[in-house]
Design a binder for this molecule. Structure first.
Ligand code: AMP
Ligand code: TRP
Length: 324
């Protein structure tokens, strides 16, 4: 498979990113051709992004991804704006994209809601995302559930381009992780996300006591009785536990819950303990990488490899549409 995925450099990685997407990125790189992109053009749609922060966040994110196990020897890791072909293909694909389709995107509607100034980039965001994927003729895209609508649109765009100008692009399929949508611990009705504030996500590199505080104060329910249905908060804690703990441990807690004798404090302590076992090596690798100053080299080499493919595909696109 030819894999492409992207992530915005908007600050630290959280458990939703990790279990929803990045863990699949890491697994896929062993047997596939993988291209992973830090999408800084996309991040510009965020009105509050400061230039210095953007520059800083790109590097930090590259370090985080490498600490999670993205291996630049196996995969191409690069920054989107180092390959300006993304922007050119975006324009061309915009001309085979339906305005009505763009207006239906739920992420756009959510982000535009209540804003005084809605920039055009926010509206065009999914076209750039389609360009990211199609520029490398990728056929599979590992993402969380919130990106499925954007991927469906990317398929429509590929189809319409192929129909109008001639067969070139594959229709990219999503690859969902075991937990396509991890919920916030503070409000299990919403997804884990940085947009709702620091209590609504757990950062991979956060201080240990902060992670414990967020787990300790996670919403559960009051007064468990035997056979009681699981509340969304407790279900979310179980989802996390399943991701980090051995099956027997999860089963033991499930039995205790069904019998109405589960102490949420025990569940939370166990979850914290196993979660830190998963996070500790990632955090250690991150500290090692920081001292090495490898990141610039990795990104430069990645951009060069990406650009080689991008140039070739764009050349074919330009010829097909009549620009060359
Ligand atoms: P973002 O931080 O929004 O750029 O997302 C990066 C990747 O993480 C995308 O593939 C998202 O679908 C995925 N992701 C973000 N939040 C969650 C979540 N709460 N659960 C599962 N996947 C998520
Ligand atoms: N829109 C994606 C997100 O918010 C990031 C993204 C940009 C992406 N381009 C992509 C994901 C291409 C997959 C493929 O998470």
């Amino acid at each position: 498979m030819r894999i492409f995925s992207g992530i915005q450099p908007t600050g630290e990685l959280h458990l939703g990113n990790y279990f929803g997407a990045i863990r699949q990125w890491v697994e896929l790189q062993h047997e596939n051709f993988c291209i992973y992109c830090i999408v800084d053009y996309h991040a510009l749609t965020n009105e509050s992004a400061k230039p210095e922060e953007l520059r800083h966040n790109r590097k930090e994110l590259a370090l985080d991804l490498m600490a999670c196990g993205i291996d630049p020897e196996k995969s191409i890791l690069f920054v989107q704006s180092a390959v300006p072909e993304h922007a050119e293909l975006c324009w061309i694909l915009g001309c085979v994209t339906s305005f009505g389709d763009l207006a239906r995107m739920t992420q756009f509607k959510e982000k535009a809601k209540g804003q005084q100034f809605v920039n055009g980039g926010l509206f065009y965001y999914p076209v750039l995302q389609a360009a990211d994927i199609l520029l490398y003729l990728a056929d599979h895209v590992p993402v969380g559930e919130d990106q499925l609508q954007h991927l469906e649109l990317a398929r429509r765009i590929a189809r319409r381009f192929n129909w109008r100008f001639g067969e070139l692009f594959p229709e990219p399929e999503p690859i969902l992780g075991k937990v396509p949508r991890l919920m916030s611990l503070a409000d299990p009705a919403r997804k884990m996300s940085k947009s709702y504030g620091p209590d609504h996500y757990i950062g991979l590199m956060e201080p240990e006591q902060e992670i414990w505080r967020k787990i300790r104060t996670a919403v559960t329910d009051v007064g468990l009785t035997p056979g009681q249905a699981m509340s969304p908060g407790v279900a979310n804690l179980f989802t996390l536990l399943e991701l980090v703990a051995p099956a027997e441990v999860v089963e033991e807690f499930r039995v205790a819950h069904a019998a109405g004798r589960l102490l949420y404090k025990d569940l939370k302590e166990t979850l914290f303990r196993y979660l830190m076992e998963i996070l500790r090596p990632v955090r250690e690798r991150r500290r090692e990488l920081e001292g090495k100053e490898v990141v610039e080299e990795v990104l430069a080499a990645g951009a060069e490899k990406a650009r080689k493919i991008a140039r070739q595909v764009l050349k074919e696109v330009r010829a097909l549409v009549g620009l060359d």
